[in-house]
Design a protein around this ligand. Structure first.
Ligand code: HEM
Length: 222
């Protein structure tokens, strides 16, 4: 067993990152309801949202999710700052582009953009729906909070549509590199396995990027 703090931090980033990747699969699948015709989407989206708020098991998973986001950001910051300290001199000729991808060298920048997105996103939805802050959320004819209408109204604003659609690009980039390196950190070194993981990461990142990017645009034109 190694007690190297860098190994511990990178493992924590990988495990929390993989958990967040699983959350995004569930979150995107649920948000695909928004692509259905209104009469189907409204009851389905609102009862899904009620289940999220009322199921005790999902509440526990939600707390794990918040903890995973905070730990992922915290350890990523520690590792980035440590790497900066270890390499204070920026060499004039370091051929970085030949040795690593742009995404791998800029995970901190991409991660920061995603963090800004998440803060704004939680203010848009979570603060209003879960914390009851801001304008009260109306109820639908089934007595569920009308989360569909909150989403629909937000995506009638072209600025928010552009913001959500554009932020899907750094998200996909971050996920593509993050998933690959997360698996490597957890010990997947075998050449054949790495090729499969690289392909899965690419497909996953495209699905997440396109899915989260397209939904606001489709809702805007609904
Ligand atoms: C089309 C884009 C998206 C839509 C329409 C959307 C919609 C929502 C809604 C309605 C909620 C509140 C759920 C509820 O309590 O009923 C929510 C929560 C949340 N979203 Fe999104 N979301 C989108 C993209 C994203 C992305 C890209 C991320 C992460 C990078 C994200 C992360 C979260 C998180 C962390 C929560 C809090 C979850 C919880 O408390 O259970 N969302 N989203």
């Amino acid at each position: 067993m190694t007690t190297n703090p860098l190994f511990f931090r990178k493992t924590a980033i990988a495990l929390t990152g993989l958990f967040l990747c699983l959350f995004l699969i569930v979150h995107l699948s649920a948000n695909c309801i928004l692509l259905l015709p209104k009469e189907l989407a409204i009851p389905a989206y609102n009862s899904y949202s009620t289940l999220l708020r009322e199921s005790p098991l999902i509440k526990i998973v939600a707390y794990l999710l918040y903890a995973a986001i905070l730990l992922h950001v915290f350890y990523a910051l520690l590792v980035t700052l440590r790497n900066r300290k270890a390499k204070p001199v920026r060499y004039a000729v370091n051929h970085a582009g030949e040795n690593s991808s742009w995404a791998s060298r800029n995970m901190g920048v991409l991660g920061t953009l995603i963090l800004i997105f998440i803060v704004i996103h939680l203010a848009n939805f979570w603060a209003r729906i879960k914390l009851g802050l801001g304008e009260a959320v109306p109820s639908d004819p089934n007595g569920n909070l009308d989360v569909y209408s909150v989403t629909y109204e937000l995506f009638q604003n072209a600025w928010f549509v552009a913001f959500y659609a554009l932020m899907a690009i750094p998200l996909a980039w971050h996920l593509h590199h993050g998933l690959k390196s997360g698996f490597k950190t957890l010990g997947f070194y075998h050449q054949g396995g790495l090729r499969i993981i690289a392909r899965i990461s690419l497909i996953y990142a495209w699905i997440m990027g396109l899915g989260f990017g397209i939904i606001p645009i489709v809702v805007f034109f609904k």
